[in-house]
Ligand binder design. Sequence first.
Ligand SMILES: [Zn+2]
Length: 268
Amino acid sequence: MKRLKVIAASLIAILAVQCQKEDISEINIPKESVNDQISSEILFELDSMGFDISQEVKKIDGGYIIEKDIIITDEHIAESKNETTDGIAKQRRLQNIVSCDRARRITVRNRVDGINSRVREAINNWNAVNGTFLTFALVNGNADVNIVFTSRSPGAAILPRNGRAGREIQIDPGVYTGSGESNAVIQRTIRHAIRHELGHVAGLGHTNRNDLNSLPIDGTPNSDENSTMNSPSSITNAFRISRNNLSAQDGNAMRKLYGTFNRNNICR
Ligand SMILES: [Zn+2]
């Protein structure tokens, strides 16, 4: 019950994130952050649990305080890790997905400096999936989905609601560029992160986690270690899994939700 409460709190936190209206020319990757004392492993875990790690994360005895008043115990973090069944779970969909109508053209605006090409490539990857009518369109004006800079975020998404795509993707490219990996690997990983978050705003959950806000999609296999929708457990893991483009089963999952020739689409 305690766990349910914490997860409910995390969903609210995701939905309550303020849209950031920063001028792109003013965005710089900060050299320091309030969360420098917290290991990237923990930040990754909290992020994949759905918490807003752009806010201060405080270490306390036996856990962490985030978003000012939510206490996450060490036990809860350990429990959440146990939900990970790396590569042996089905593709999953979120409780709320995009309406069939709105999925036909989901507009995306990138407001983060230096990653335009990566965003375009990630969009092209999803648009290349055969047999689905869901498409993303990169635009400069008002968009359904805004990609915004959020300090120290390896990538996070607001989830779909009321038939609309999740309205925001948050990322700090500095999480990856500051790593010492080769530029090729860094760019590949940023593209992968955007691709993963686009999957979330379109209604896909984590393939490798039995998150409470998601449901397994019938007709996907019990194993897919190549899924773009696997949640990385660490930055090292993120660099590794970014080698994969969308897996065949990621495409299959999308067709179950928004299939051109599927009479039983999950979208309504
Ligand atoms: Zn994710």
